[in-house]
Design a protein around this ligand. Sequence first.
Ligand code: SAM
Length: 299
Amino acid sequence: MFSYRHAFHAGNHADVLKHTVLIAVLDHLLEKETALTVVDTHAGAGLYRLDGDYAGTSGEAAEGVLRLLSPEAQPDAAPVAEALARYLAVVRDFNPKGGARIYPGSPFITHHLLREQDKLKLFELHPTDARTLAANIAQLEAGRQIAVLRDDGFGSATKFLPPPSRRALVLCDPSYEIKSDYARVLDFIGAALKRFATGSYAVWHPIIPRPEAHDLPRRLKTLATKAGKPWLHATLTVKSSKIVTDAAGAQHRPGLPASGMFLINPPYTLKAQLEAALPLMAQRLAQDRHASFSLDAGA
Ligand code: SAM
């Protein structure tokens, strides 16, 4: 069950999409004075070294955040959409000496933006990642503002809903390494919406050729529509999902070709922000001519 380690993937194209959306949503929610609770159901280790062993093994950040930060990829004259510029500014905040040796995961991005009155609840089940997360968070000396729970996010995160201030963002970002994760996302979001229909929900999902992955956004739309809540679905494709045969006849599965963010009760400002940012992400993160994006919304 525990083969997935986010450190191998930190800063890849999926993180660019996920964290750009996360920051745009948080920026909007934090405009109101009332306390916000952020529940991160699958938190990961929190902070990653892009020059470390894990990230170096797969080099996924090189095709993700590092492409966006490199001066060649971003000549001065090139337009930068506000949401993408904001994401890059947050990554730069963690790398004051330039470059990107450190990549912030969702817990550190969120904490970076939160105010004193806000709370952060982090779930992480992997024993090593949970230990690393707890150690990384301890350095923030955030006291009771942040709770790290080595527990099942699907099973336990609804206990924080609704929070006393009745304002919350739930980020649901599983690794989908086991097939049942797809059904568990749907059960979790369904249960969370029943407890707290006005909360904001953000679900990351992979776009890969398997039936459960294909069905997930469609079934999330049905859940949101049945609850009478607006939704927004953004996807980013960087390459074809086709299996490639090399000159020696060996077949290679491409790495993750595409992913999506599905939001329920999104900020009304988000659609326009993503309309500007997604074409740039697709253009700058393209790995072949199949790069594309989509943006769908429903009320
Ligand atoms: N949200 C993180 C970020 O954006 O930086 C990345 C999270 S990573 C995609 C998914 C994490 O979920 C992994 O670290 C994995 O160990 C953890 N995990 C897997 N199943 C879990 C569960 N049922 N509850 C909590 N965490 C789980």
